[in-house]
Design a protein around this ligand. Sequence first.
Ligand SMILES: CC(C)(COP(=O)(O)OP(=O)(O)OC[C@H]1O[C@@H](n2cnc3c(N)ncnc32)[C@H](O)[C@@H]1OP(=O)(O)O)[C@@H](O)C(=O)NCCC(=O)NCCS
Length: 153
Amino acid sequence: MNIKIEGPLLDQSSTCVPILRLLPEWFGIEAVILDYERDIGHLPTFLAKEAGSLLGFLSLKQHYPFSAEIYVMAVRPEAHHGGIGRALVAAAETHARGLGVEYMQVKTLGPSRPDDGFARTRAFYEAVGYRPLEEFKQIWDKNNPCLVLVKRL
Ligand SMILES: CC(C)(COP(=O)(O)OP(=O)(O)OC[C@H]1O[C@@H](n2cnc3c(N)ncnc32)[C@H](O)[C@@H]1OP(=O)(O)O)[C@@H](O)C(=O)NCCC(=O)NCCS
């Protein structure tokens, strides 16, 4: 695969949301997709493309001068585990480092709710250097425990 990473770009909702719709195991709630559609529009977003077609994306949110979050990322299902996620995270981290960011975070479903798909997601984040900090039942709700993972850049 010859993957090209573009970005950061703004106004990428209509490009990226179709990828979320290919992943109902992770993004199965329409209201959540609509929230992402609104938010991706104003967040710096990185696109992974092969021969011009979009394979994945990552939107970054900077909360404070020294901290930023992988706000949402997704790769087309048929391209999973092919190195695209790793390339997107590397591009976002290089950009964040250039802005002076020292700490990255990402939130995902925590391990107290067993789920094969999100177990793979957590394995991915750990593989690219993110470490579980704490699981919160108050951020989303008690049925959707939120695991915060962090990485020092
Ligand atoms: C999570 C996701 C973004 C990762 O992107 P990806 O392109 O599939 O991941 P990569 O191929 O770059 O994986 C990098 C490393 O993560 C780990 N990893 C990736 N997929 C894995 C899997 N299915 N099982 C175990 N480890 C895995 C591996 O260590 C891998 O390194 P390796 O190729 O040397 O083995 C992608 O799989 C995805 O879109 N998943 C569904 C949506 C999602 O979980 N989004 C995250 C926010 S909720």
